[in-house]
Design a binder for this molecule. Structure first.
Ligand code: KG4
Ligand code: ZN
Length: 337
């Protein structure tokens, strides 16, 4: 059985074919990075216009690479949110058209749940309960999972997402877009202990995150030291900032697991591509005798294989929309949690 997943929540136009045993037959991602790079961030209107011109080609390409025909697709999965409304509507409308024409079920997928689901694409046998740390450009959240498909949001960022903070500092330093991967590369050449950053603290003992304080502290240091690519300690500064972001993530995770006492930990989302975060997360889990799961780097950033994977799992449990044409987009988060 084959499922086709469609993902257009932000600036990647993506389609993938996944088998019911979670084998990925194709995973096509058309990035819009070049279009948005000149602006240093995603321009929503340009993103939706690019999706509308790319979606047909991307879906066709996913079928061609998987060597399957539209007639072979058992069901469609599509991201309903959270994300940019104009972008979401393109993928949703396209998926509705296909499901309607081929008279096949359309399965609503939450983008954040799909990120978590990406670990199951690689055969991970996660022991539950699990705590998932999702770190992306739009979100930084923790979920408690008692079992598969059971996602309880237990912490979220009150201001910037971790990826957003990395991207904004990179933009300020004129490093390019997206900034996360560039910071990852430069930080490898610097000393993470050269500059000191405080640890964000929640005054109300909540498990939420906050990154705006770290971002402001970084901007203050940049101005104070006239930090730029020409500065002799530039790589040290980048490494220290990245270190501070990772420390904030793991310190929150430490508080979260003390409350939820999981058997395993999942790390996912675009920032989970970060080499130092991956290594430190694994060490963190090992020190606490917890199992750790991180998807392969290409499955961490936005893709449609994760959407198709979640659709497979829901389809197996008959969690399909009864009237697919009624489905709507939810920029701030889906009601399907
Ligand atoms: O999950 P994603 O593709 O899109 C959202 O749902 O937001 O995540 C994109 C984010 C961006 O902020 C990007 O800078 C960050 O992931 N990112 C990285 C790395 N690769 C992508 N951050 C740090 N290190 C990386 N290697
Ligand atoms: Zn994402």
């Amino acid at each position: 059985m084959y499922l086709l997943g469609i993902e257009t929540s932000c600036d990647e136009t993506a389609a993938a074919i996944v088998q019911d045993d979670f084998k990925i037959l194709s995973d096509v991602v058309l990035s819009q990075d070049e279009i948005h790079a000149v602006y240093g961030g995603v321009v929503p209107e340009l993103a939706s216009r690019q999706h509308i011109s790319a979606i047909g080609f991307v879906v066709e390409e996913s079928l061609r690479q998987a060597r399957v025909e539209f007639q072979d697709i058992a069901a469609y999965g599509v991201t309903l949110g959270p994300g940019l409304i104009g972008s979401l509507l393109v993928g949703l409308s396209y998926a509705k058209g296909l499901a309607y024409y081929f008279k096949k079920p359309l399965i609503p997928v939450d983008h954040l749940e799909a990120h978590i689901e990406s670990v199951f694409l690689e055969g991970a046998r996660v022991s539950f309960p699990a705590v998932a740390l999702l770190v992306s450009g739009g979100h930084t959240s923790t979920f408690y999972m008692k079992k598969r498909l059971d996602y309880k949001l237990v912490g979220k960022t009150r201001d910037d997402a971790a990826g957003e903070a990395l991207d904004k500092i990179a933009k300020f330093l004129e490093l390019g877009y997206p900034g996360g991967p560039i910071i990852d590369r430069l930080a490898g050449k610097g000393d993470p202990r050269a500059y000191r950053f405080g640890l964000p603290q929640m005054t109300d003992r909540s498990l939420d995150f906050s990154f705006s304080g770290l971002k402001t502290a970084a901007l203050t240091k940049i101005r104070g030291a006239a930090m730029s690519k020409a500065h002799p300690q530039f790589n040290d500064f980048i490494a220290s900032f990245e270190h501070a972001v990772i420390r904030a993530l793991l310190s929150n995770l430490d508080r979260t697991i003390k409350v939820y006492n999981p058997s395993s930990l999942i790390l996912c989302g675009g920032v989970a591509r970060n080499t130092k975060l991956r290594a430190r997360f694994e060490k963190f889990a090992e020190q606490r005798s917890l199992e750790a799961y991180i998807p392969s780097p290409e499955l961490c950033t936005d893709n449609a294989a994760m959407v198709a994977a979640l659709a497979v799992e829901k389809f197996k449990r008959q969690k399909t929309a009864s009237f697919p044409l009624d489905l709507n987009a939810y920029p701030r988060g889906t009601p399907y949690r």
